[in-house]
Design a protein around this ligand. Structure first.
Ligand SMILES: NC(=O)C1=CN([C@@H]2O[C@H](COP(=O)(O)OP(=O)(O)OC[C@H]3O[C@@H](n4cnc5c(N)ncnc54)[C@H](OP(=O)(O)O)[C@@H]3O)[C@@H](O)[C@H]2O)[C@@H](O)CC1
Ligand SMILES: [K+]
Length: 510
């Protein structure tokens, strides 16, 4: 889905539109002319177009602000390269101001009114109507143009964001342009990461427009894209001195009879992700079912009323609680008991939903050694209305983490990991093949295994999301959660090798 992004992404941070404006102003204070930034932005789009398409009749739709200014640069550079180009303007060209007026002045061809734009005359259309300055829903000529683009089979390239999409937001109430390629500048914006806005972007390229180092000063903790050099993997070496107890002990709570599969997936994932010892804590009635289906995973019977005692007996480095656990008061009590011991814990599935009627009781017990792993439905149960009220899942997860006091990993095609201190990361390294039943149980087990091995919860959640995503790329078509377990070692190996290569290059100063 994010093909080629690694090669073109100049940096890992995500910037909102205000942050981008600040970075732009910083560049200008450092002596980079804003016209130079606009020229580089337009050149980046023009080069991306020429790298993908041979010359063909192209329409450049220019808006009333600087997004339109970029459009005039693109028109000039494509025409200079021999492309047949027609420019359409939304509004009067004479009304343009500043850099956009300057760039329009360098365009020596005709400028037609957007009203006369007919999609069928063009094989490629550049959408330079609105970018970061979008302030209301599309209407009038812009709305008409976006609709006519949707009806025709011509290539559409969006400048910065597809017009109608607000760069800070994952969704839009109104219509927007649907692009095949979106070229943005300096850093990704939230809209490039989250559906449905992301789906309107098509392929995404980030162009470096030469904003000087130092632009981060005073920007606070920016959300970042999880990347391989920044994750922590378990030690998978051949050191013979290592004992299984020294490689991390993980406990997983099993559910009632007939529903132990989810916890068994988590437990197996924990072993595959390097935990030395994994124990399924089973209600007595589930013991035989769990034991007969497990080989390397240990099984232990637990009593109804002594979950904190059970944990102090097994002294796990981390606990996974929730997958297939059953929605009942016993589970609620066990979650609260586990949290009261201070053990590092992954709360997944039923351990979240069981608090739908009283999330505050959960929040009062949570701490930053816990990781909540909701999908959007579970998130809504714990934080009613927060997703809708937030510009994007990024903001929602950050707010959810601060409200609850725990790390929150909000699952989706782009998974957000938030720490209560305000740090946020987004994992986009994930195959669509992960969208299969039980995949979340596997993720919970991997997070638990990494925490049990001494990796701090926020870092464990970031790293596990990336490793789980990598395992998805090793899955054959039609792969199930069981198949996902089987490819975790291969995923660990390939990431370990690549990380070592990057570290070596770094040491050599490359
Ligand atoms: N920052 C940087 O580093 C760089 C930025 N660059 C480029 O600048 C772009 C941002 O430019 P920008 O701020 O001028 O905003 P832009 O999107 O052109 O629109 C503003 C105009 O549209 C109008 N308007 C808005 N919504 C409307 C609607 N629905 N329907 C009708 N009108 C609407 C709005 O009117 P107003 O709201 O003021 O009434 C205003 O007149 C950015 O995306 C990137 O492409 C590059 O050059 C590289 C360096
Ligand atoms: K645009």
């Amino acid at each position: 889905m994010f093909k080629n992004m690694a090669a073109t992404m100049p940096g890992p941070e995500v910037l909102d539109c205000a942050g981008m404006t600040r970075a732009d102003a910083f560049a200008v204070r450092q002596g980079v002319a804003s016209l130079t930034l606009m020229e580089r932005a337009g050149a980046g789009v023009a080069h991306a177009i020429m790298a993908r398409w041979a010359p063909r009749p192209a329409a450049i739709l220019c808006g009333p602000g600087n997004n339109g200014g970029d459009g005039y640069v693109i028109a000039r550079l494509l025409r200079d390269a021999g492309w047949p180009v027609t420019v359409f303007s939304l509004g009067d060209v004479a009304a343009l101001k500043g850099d956009a007026a300057h760039m329009a002045g360098l365009w020596t061809g005709a400028v037609k009114s957007l009203d006369s734009f007919k999609t069928e005359r063009f094989a490629l259309v550049v959408d330079a109507l609105f970018g970061a300055g979008l302030s209301r829903l599309l209407d009038g000529m812009a709305l008409k143009a976006s609709r006519s683009l949707a009806e025709r089979d011509c290539a559409v390239v969006a400048v910065d964001v597809p017009s109608g999409v607000n760069g800070d937001e994952s969704g839009s109430e109104g219509a927007c342009v649907k692009a095949d390629l979106t070229v943005t500048f300096h850093r990704l914006k939230p809209a490039h990461l989250f559906h449905p806005a992301r789906a309107a972007c098509g392929e995404i390229i980030v162009v470096d427009i030469g904003i000087p180092d130092g632009w981060r000063q005073g920007a606070g903790a920016l959300p970042e894209i999880v990347q391989l050099p920044g994750i922590t993997l378990p030690d998978t070496g051949h050191d013979r001195a290592v004992h299984k107890h020294g490689k991390g002990r993980l406990c997983v709570l099993a559910g009632p009879p007939g529903a132990t599969g989810a916890a068994r997936l988590s437990a197996m994932a924990g072993l595959k992700a390097g935990a030395g010892l994994v124990t399924l804590l089973c209600p007595p009635a589930s013991l035989m079912e769990a034991a007969s289906a497990s080989l390397a995973v240990m099984t232990k019977s637990i009593r109804e009323d002594d979950f904190a005692d059970t944990l102090s007996l097994h002294r796990p480095g981390a606990l996974v609680i929730g997958p297939g656990a059953g929605l009942n008061e016993t589970l609620k009590a066990r979650v609260l008991a586990a949290l009261s011991t201070g053990v590092q814990a992954v709360l997944d599935a039923d351990a979240l939903s069981v608090f739908a009627d009283d999330p505050k009781a959960l929040f009062a017990a949570l701490h930053d050694r816990a990781v909540l792993t909701p999908h959007t439905g579970e998130f809504e149960r714990l934080f009613p209305g927060l997703l809708d009220a937030s510009a994007s899942p990024l903001e929602a997860a950050r707010a959810g983490s601060q409200q609850s006091g725990a790390n929150v990993l909000l699952k989706g095609p782009a998974t957000v990991i938030a720490h209560p201190d305000g740090r946020v990361a987004v994992n986009i390294h994930a195959s669509g093949r992960l969208a299969t039943a039980g995949s979340g149980d596997v993720l919970a087990g991997i997070i638990g295994a990494l925490m049990a091995q001494g990796i701090a919860p926020f870092q464990a959640a970031r790293s596990a999301a990336f490793l789980h995503g990598e395992a998805g790329y090793h899955l054959p078509p039609g792969g199930t959660a069981e198949d996902l377990l089987a490819v975790i070692p291969a995923a660990l190996e390939s990431l370990g090798r690549e990380q070592e290569r990057l570290l070596t290059l770094n040491r050599l100063g490359r």
